[in-house]
Structure formats: C-alpha cells, structure tokens
Design a protein around this ligand. Sequence first.
Ligand code: FEO
Length: 168
Amino acid sequence: MLSDKMLDMLNTQLNKELYSAYLYLSMSAYSTYIGLKGFANWFMVQYQEEMFHAMKIYDYINAQGGQVKLKAIDQPPGEFESPLDMFEKTLAHEQFITRSINELVELAIAEKDHATSIFLQWFVTEQIEEEANDNEIIARLKLIGKDGNGLIMLDRELATRVFTPPKE
Ligand code: FEO
C-alpha cells in the first residue's frame, strides 16, 4: 500500500525515467546525424535501459494497487556541441536522477514503507553504475581531445554495446 505522497513521487519518477529515455533517444539521433554510429548505438542502448527503468516503476505501482498517471514528457534538446557535451549533459542528468532517487528513499524511510525502500535499492545501485559509465567515457573524450582517430576508435568501441535487461 502506497501513501498518496509516495504514489505521486513514484509517478513523477516514472515521468523522469521516460524523459531520460527521450533525452538519450535524441542524443542517439544526433549522433547518427553527425556520423557517429557507435555513439548512436550507445545512446540507443541507454534509451532501452531507461525504458526498462520506467517500466520497472510502472509495474511496481500496479503491483501495489496504485494508479499509474502518465504526465507530459518535456522536449529534450536536439542539438549538442560535441560528443563530450553529450556525455557531460548525460552525467549531469544522471546526477539529477540520483538525487531524485535519494529523495524517494528518504520518503520511504520516513514513512516506514519497507516494500518501497527495498524496491528502490535496485535503483540506488543502478545509479552508481550509470554515473561510473559516464565518468569513464568523459575521461576518455577529454584525453582524445581533437584527435579524430581517437574519436573513431571510441566510436567503434561504443558500437559494440548491447542491451541486456539489467539483473533484478
Ligand atoms: Fe534511469 Fe539513467 O537513470
């Protein structure tokens, strides 16, 4: 059983995950447009991961007998200055999501909602991995700088990422 406040915050988090998916789909499209197919693949996989996160919350609300309420999804940016700009925006967005998950955890603890606390632990762990992935690629893009060959090599590597549903 979810409190009204928890239900509202979970529906808001569902919206944030859907926006995340939309943001990374936009980055994938832009990467394709500028000829970086590997980056496009990486962001497409990220889009799939975000849809998985969204549906995990959707299923949890339903399982708890709550009402899923879909809100409007904001328009994401469609143009980016560089691959580094995309990943810096990705990291900033993930840090925002981490803060949002932490607020949900704090509410669950305050309400002694143990079921939601346990449910949210998966997201707490997932956010560590998400930020680590972004930090690693940002560091490599900074090393690459304006070296076109380095960028092409990284693009080839990012082309190999495949979506595998995260472990429960
Ligand atoms: Fe669903 Fe990237 O956080």
